[in-house]
Design a protein around this ligand. Structure first.
Ligand SMILES: *Cc1c(COP(=O)(O)O)cnc(C)c1O
Length: 234
């Protein structure tokens, strides 16, 4: 299958999920997750009409970005170590995986250095898997992050992001997505100054369920680019 054929199939599935949920197609953005794929794959995707990409490593994107088409938006969707915050704040359009107050502070300082405003999403940990990062719902740290968000002049907190638990049954993801949507509603009531409009949830295995549960941004890698090949040591 060509990239355009895979994209058409994904678009059909997004459109059907929107119809089932009584939502406009325009209320869900498609992010093409290009991690591990070469710059040529991004060029192909741009030719097919995509403009929003997700990468999960600062160094990998730094190596690719010189040869990418202009006018695309690339978000970081992987864990960010604080020693790479400064570079990440320079090269990414947005950071969608802010998982601590400390990282939020670092990014605000880095964005200020880079004289820019940096959009971010707060990553929320909704399952017990030890590999998962993110703020715990109801934690003091999450409340503080939202209270302080208004003071961080160079950061714009635009919403929440989560990764559903790995499970063969995609319906297992549904309760996780519902929790994220409910959490946003609670937080919006308590922090009216922060505009939490984005819900980044849904990947190749569960994006239709995520759309039914209110996702505004689906992050799709495999269904668009095919299986990833990881280099040794990853
Ligand atoms: C890799 C990745 C994706 C894409 O996963 P697929 O299953 O290939 O669609 C989405 N979100 C995050 C955070 C990822 O790391």
């Amino acid at each position: 299958m060509t990239f355009s054929e895979r994209l058409a199939a994904v678009e059909d599935r997004i459109a059907s999920a929107c119809r089932r949920a009584n939502r406009e197609r325009g209320s869900v953005r498609l992010m093409a997750v290009s991690k591990t794929h070469p710059a040529s794959a991004i060029h192909e995707a741009v030719e097919a009409g995509l403009t929003l990409f997700g990468e999960n490593r600062v160094q990998e994107f730094d190596a690719k970005r010189a040869v990418l088409p202009l006018g695309i938006e690339v978000h970081l969707i992987g864990h960010l170590q604080s020693n790479k915050a400064a570079r990440a704040a320079e090269i990414f359009s947005a950071i969608d995986t802010v998982d601590s107050l400390r990282l939020l502070e670092r990014l605000n300082a880095a964005a200020s250095q880079a004289t820019r405003r940096l959009p971010v999403l707060l990553e929320i940990k909704l399952s017990e898997e030890p590999t998962k990062a993110g703020f715990t719902p109801g934690s003091a740290e999450l409340e503080q992050a939202l209270e302080r968000a208004a003071d961080f002049g160079n950061i714009e907190v635009l919403g929440l992001m989560t990764i559903a638990p790995l499970d063969k049954n995609p319906e297992a993801a549904r309760s996780c997505f519902r929790k994220l949507r409910d959490l946003r509603e609670q937080l919006v009531r308590r922090h009216p100054l922060v505009n939490l409009r984005e819900l980044s949830m849904g990947m190749s295995g569960d994006f239709e369920i995520a759309i039914e549960e209110g996702s505004t941004l689906v992050r799709i890698g495999t269904a668009l680019f095919g299986e990833r090949e990881y280099a040794a040591g990853r």
